[in-house]
Design a protein around this ligand. Structure first.
Ligand SMILES: [Zn+2]
Length: 202
């Protein structure tokens, strides 16, 4: 069966999303086709605003509202800017914020080192992190990259790069599922990992 282009286009667009195969893409498309117009209008509006109305915080590279230089966490005087928790993705910030157990600031790398995928230090927000330490006001850096091969390699690399600054460098405690993703860890596990963080030695 040859589908009209507008339908096939949406199926194709859905198929490019992670975790969505051709079957789910078709199902979603036909759902929208049959649903009240309001549902697809809302989706279209949200999609078009997603990129145009958001930006990266110029300090920590977390996501924030377009037009703002700093995210809410960086701009909050109650948060300890001398403690920086380094994570791979903005969703990891969300996971740690949900624990309610961290009052410092963050730094989002936007990925992890992966020689296999050709991701090197220059592809991540490592230089801006080093610049933050160069300001001399940072006391501790918590390396909260994922407990995976890439996350561990990234933490190791960072601990070497940050060593000259003589700040406390810690890594989240074990107990997080190895190979897992920070964002999927439950709050208690994450809180324990944060509380039990250990010094990183090169
Ligand atoms: Zn920020």
């Amino acid at each position: 069966m040859i589908l009209p282009a507008p339908i096939q286009n949406l199926i194709n667009a859905f198929s490019r999303l992670p975790g969505i195969g051709p079957k789910s893409a078709s199902r979603l498309t036909f759902f929208l086709l049959n649903a009240p117009e309001e549902i697809s209008q809302d989706l279209a509006k949200a999609l078009s605003a997603l990129k145009t109305e958001t930006t990266y915080c110029q300090s920590c590279f977390n996501i924030t509202i377009a037009g703002r230089e700093q995210c809410e966490i960086c701009a909050n005087p109650q948060r300890d800017q001398a403690v920086i928790c380094v994570v791979e993705e903005p969703l990891d910030v969300l996971a740690l914020e949900r624990t309610d157990g961290f009052q410092g600031s963050y730094h989002v790398l936007h990925g992890a080192l992966s020689p296999i995928e050709g991701i090197g230090p220059d592809d991540l927000k490592i230089r801006p992190l080093i610049n933050r330490l160069a300001s001399g006001t940072v006391r501790e850096v918590i390396l909260a990259t994922n407990p995976s091969m890439e996350g561990d390699a990234t933490a190791m690399y960072l601990s070497q790069q940050l060593a000259p600054f003589h700040v406390r460098i810690t890594r989240l405690a074990r107990g997080l599922p190895v190979g897992g993703d920070l964002e999927y860890a439950d709050q208690h596990t994450l809180l324990r990992a944060l509380a039990g963080r250990q010094e990183m030695t090169n």
